[in-house]
Design a protein around this ligand. Sequence first.
Ligand SMILES: C[S@@+](CC[C@H](N)C(=O)[O-])C[C@H]1O[C@@H](n2cnc3c(N)ncnc32)[C@H](O)[C@@H]1O
Length: 192
Amino acid sequence: MQQNQQRMNIWDVNWFLDEKQCPCDVHFLEYLEQGKITGASIFHFGTGGHHVVGIRTAENGSGNAVLGITASPQEYNDYVKLVIERPEVGRTYKAFFGDIYQLDARLLPPFDFVTLFHTGEFRTEKNDEYGALTDLEVAELLLAKLRPEGRLLFFSGSFAYDKAEAVAANLVNRGLIESEPDYKTLRIYRKR
Ligand SMILES: C[S@@+](CC[C@H](N)C(=O)[O-])C[C@H]1O[C@@H](n2cnc3c(N)ncnc32)[C@H](O)[C@@H]1O
């Protein structure tokens, strides 16, 4: 891809699972499994090229369904390969390529869990060039899609956690969400 043709603020990396550096996906899976969560619908920000949330959810008999978003062409290519090779995974795991800052509420179903682990990490002035949403607007949009009592989750190990914390505090102060006990590195909020 020629740099001068590129306008979308893509993530030009294929992220492999690195539990030491970035344990959020693994902690989220453990949280669901320990809570014996079944039959839930999940929106997941940042699939990684490993696609572990979608794969383990499909394998563990939970009946949970995952909609993941990636801004990495390489990670999306790996999703395509994954579901061609393992269509049983693709039944409950759908991933799409796009910029989370361009989500359109009309195209999203209701969710029980929304992960916003990478809030504030990747949004720059490049997103402004095409009128993208802010981090707070993304959280508000997805909160509106959460079912009553649904959970919004942030990752305290994020390098941009100060920004995520500010988004969460804004929603708490407006009475839209309330804090629940942490699970390892995850900060969990329940929709009010
Ligand atoms: C550091 S990787 C982490 C992946 C995985 N959650 C993990 O912890 O292993 C960041 C992820 O965020 C995604 N991402 C970055 N910017 C994005 C954007 N604007 N919209 C959607 N996804 C984005 C990347 O595609 C990538 O999957």
